[in-house]
Write a protein that binds this ligand. Structure first.
Ligand code: ADP
Ligand code: MG
Length: 375
């Protein structure tokens, strides 16, 4: 979709963007990140020719953009900036459909499009279309800025710290909303931020810049796990520590309340309990909560005519891990032995929790997204 070839921008002898080679694929969500002044905004503005490169070429779908009429070019590119740039004396309808008006689309079509867009971000068109920007919250104004960029359905969207001025909660919800939107729209997006959490959350691929050059480019996972140098590791410093899954113990990732049954209980009770709790295994414990083994839906299904009590179906050959073990140990056992879960027992042999595949997914997600951990 986009290709930078040895693109350089020089301001008063200084190379603020320096021999940039970069390719953006169609439908890709690319995040440019780096410290203030590293050349992110300059890079972005060269795409819609608000800034012209000093050297090198930028191609859009194979065409050298310096050969295109800048106005024509910009109509194919949505642009969202932090200061929103809504026109205060225009209604929301007029703000969103500004490009469509330039394209001389009929009023009815424009109104329909604005209704559709507002509905897409959960803003009731009847309520908002005729309002003015100052009647909206900061988060709503920023939404309108995004909708305006989407209005003419351009294939490429440039976003320069679009959520940077919002409070953290509004920012998070707009990020989530925008990510969902993108999953539907499949736009090609070049998104500038200096907020690493934002980059990790949104990006298909992150391009980390420093002094006008690319330090490392790759999927979030790759930058976290294999930083190319100390700068990358430092930039992702906080995440880097969390990267080590084995720092977490099973206690932090386990489900603390597995569904249990006593050995002397009836088989029919076991079936009923599974049905009620939506599980396909029960963990058998004695009255001191000591772990004895499990019964599975398969054995119940096979033996329910023959057996009367749970103890008759008890499978005692179940790998367990000790409370306080590294989560990684449990994950390794599960992976190697192809298990769906591993019970966690304390030093007295009492069942204290269950590490499941969901725990594993959540622990991995916390590495990538920095969420709290839940089993
Ligand atoms: N019009 C300009 N004239 C001179 N220097 C500029 C101009 N615009 C940006 N710069 C300089 O270029 C560098 C990169 O700026 P910019 O791309 O805005 O950085 P970022 O968006 O990464 O914070 C900075 O050192 C900035 O001071
Ligand atoms: Mg900038």
């Amino acid at each position: 979709m986009l290709r930078f070839e040895q693109v350089t921008k020089i301001y008063s002898g200084q190379r603020v963007v320096d021999c940039l080679d970069l390719e953006v694929k169609k439908g890709e969500f690319l995040v440019l990140i780096g410290p203030s002044g590293c050349g992110k905004t300059t890079t972005l503005k060269m795409i819609n020719r608000l800034i012209e490169p000093s050297e090198g070429k930028i191609y859009m779908n194979g065409t050298d953009i310096s050969r295109l009429d800048p106005v024509q070019l910009r109509r194919q590119i949505g642009y969202v900036i932090q200061q929103v740039g809504l026109f205060p004396n225009m209604t929301i309808q007029q703000n969103v459909d500004v490009v469509l008006r330039l394209l001389k689309r009929p009023l009815q079509e424009r109104q329909e499009r604005v209704r559709e867009l507002l509905a897409m971000v959960g803003m009731d068109p009847a309520l908002y279309a005729e309002r003015y920007p100052n009647e909206l919250s900061g988060g709503q104004q920023q939404r309108i800025g995004v909708l305006r960029a989407l209005a003419a359905d351009p294939p490429l969207i440039l976003m320069d710290e679009p959520f940077g001025a919002l409070d953290p909660i509004t920012r998070e919800s707009l990020q989530d909303e925008f990510k969902r939107l993108q999953e539907k729209l499949h736009k090609t997006i070049v998104f500038v931020t200096h907020d690493m959490d934002e980059a990790l959350k949104l990006a298909d691929r992150i391009v980390l810049m420093k002094d006008g050059r690319i330090v490392q480019a790759g999927p979030p996972e790759e930058l976290l796990r294999h930083p190319a140098n100390d700068f990358v590791a430092f930039f992702f410093g906080k995440k880097r520590k969390e990267n080590e899954i084995y720092l977490e113990t099973v206690d932090e990732v386990m489900n603390p309340a597995p569904v249990t049954i006593r050995p002397e209980q009836g088989v029919a009770e076991g079936v009923e309990l599974m049905r009620r709790r939506h599980v396909d295994s029960l963990f058998v414990v004695d009255k001191e909560e000591r772990f004895l083994g499990q019964v599975t839906i398969e054995s119940l299904n096979r033996e329910h005519l023959r057996a009367h009590q749970i103890i008759e179906l008890l499978d005692t050959n179940v790998p367990t891990v000790l409370a306080g073990s590294k989560a990684e140990t449990a994950f390794r056992i599960m992976t190697e032995q192809r298990l769906k879960y591993v019970p966690v027992v304390d030093t007295e042999g009492r069942l204290v929790g269950l590490v499941t595949r969901t725990s594993m997914v959540n622990a991995l997600a916390s590495v990538v997204w920095g969420d709290g951990i839940s089993a």
